[in-house]
Design a protein. Structure first.
Length: 90
């Protein structure tokens, strides 16, 4: 699993236009994205956001078991993003 996550994150570092299969914006959020990792029938998501253009900050992750991303996971990610941005302002 770790190798697959590293492979996916390496895509983000090395190519300009990452396919939506691996990285996509979360609809209805302000700047929240998900890194998509699939290993067999297991699907994992890691939330992320941008800082200063090119820096991608990774937040929480979870194993996706339903078609729709659970709202509680999105709320956690938004809280992490807000805390990060507040700390940067200090």
């Amino acid at each position: 699993m770790q190798r697959k996550i590293e492979w996916t994150l390496n895509l983000l570092r090395t190519i300009d236009r990452v396919p939506k299969k691996y990285f996509d914006h979360i609809t209805g959020t302000d700047g929240l994205f998900e890194v998509r990792v699939e290993l067999g029938s297991n699907i994992f998501r890691i939330f992320a956001f941008f800082d200063k253009g090119n820096l991608i900050v990774l937040g929480n992750g979870f194993q996706k078991k339903t078609q729709k991303t659970p709202k509680i996971e999105i709320e956690k990610a938004l809280k992490i993003k807000a805390e990060y941005e507040n700390e940067k302002r200090k």
